[in-house]
Design a protein. Structure first.
Length: 268
């Protein structure tokens, strides 16, 4: 159990800027093994978002609360995934060959495609979060953060890492997540989300199931389409692709869950 806690903290250190203990005898094998806890880190990040929303929502309008919540979320994660989205859009938008796409994605400068993508993504998430009913907010936010990171892990399991040179952040994870570990990571993440689905949730259980099922299906389809596109264009994935998939599947989860809940409320 102590080792698993250490692996969870390693995963937290990799995906966020949250303070974690420093290990004098750190083993390189810990990082690949920690990937199974990435969805659980999503539960943690989503929980922080919900906490900020709940605290500030007592005094501020919904739109302002959500804007500040997104700002805190960016600070917590260091805009790690948004950076991946920007680099991915720059690479695939400006490159025609595999080598050119990879070269653009490695460039630290942001281009027009990346800037537009991040602005549109943040704008859509801001509007979507602000429109989520209060009763559904904790479940939808934490579920989106958890499942989107599980979808990103699916690329590690299902695709080939295409960069030949060492990548200090992602290379140790490449080809390290087996099918059993990927399934386990999803189970652990689901266990973290489950309490918010039923405990204290005033929504009907049937509506909760419908919203979650539709959101999970939308996110999964988004991840599969993205994975097929990456494989066709560059033969696999890079670390930036993981960030892009996390962002895209998070948004897909939120939009579809909001559509189901909103439709039920209008007809009810």
């Amino acid at each position: 159990m102590q080792r698993q806690i250490v692996l969870f903290l390693v995963a937290t250190q990799f995906l966020t800027r949250l303070p974690t203990p420093a290990w004098e005898n750190f083993e390189p094998s810990w990082l690949p093994q920690s990937a199974r806890y990435f969805p659980l880190v999503g539960v943690l990040v989503g929980g922080i978002n919900v906490g900020v929303w709940w605290l500030l929502g007592h005094w501020l309008p919904s739109a302002v609360t959500v804007g500040l919540m997104l700002a805190v979320s960016l600070l917590v994660t260091g805009a790690f995934h948004e950076d991946g989205l920007a680099d991915t859009c720059d690479g695939f938008g400006g490159g025609m060959t595999q080598d050119r796409i990879l070269a653009i994605m490695k460039d630290s400068r942001i281009g027009a495609y990346g800037a537009i993508a991040v602005c549109v993504m943040l704008g859509l998430k801001w509007a979507t979060y602000a429109a989520i009913p209060a009763a559904a907010f904790p479940l939808m936010v934490i579920g989106a953060h958890m499942f989107s990171r599980w979808c990103a892990c699916g690329l590690i399991w299902g695709l080939h890492y295409v960069r030949s040179e060492d990548d200090a952040k992602v290379r140790p994870l490449a080809d390290s997540l087996g099918g059993r570990d990927w399934v386990m990571s999803g189970v652990l993440g689901a266990l973290g989300v489950a309490p918010f689905a039923y405990a204290g949730n005033p929504m009907p259980h049937v509506l909760v199931f419908r919203a979650l099922a539709a959101a999970v299906a939308a996110s999964a389809i988004t991840a599969v389409v993205a994975a097929l596109y990456f494989r066709k264009r560059i033969g696999g994935y890079t670390g930036d692709c993981l960030g892009a998939v996390q962002q895209l599947t998070e948004l897909a989860f939120l939009l579809v869950a909001l559509a189901v809940v909103g439709s039920a409320q209008r007809t009810g």
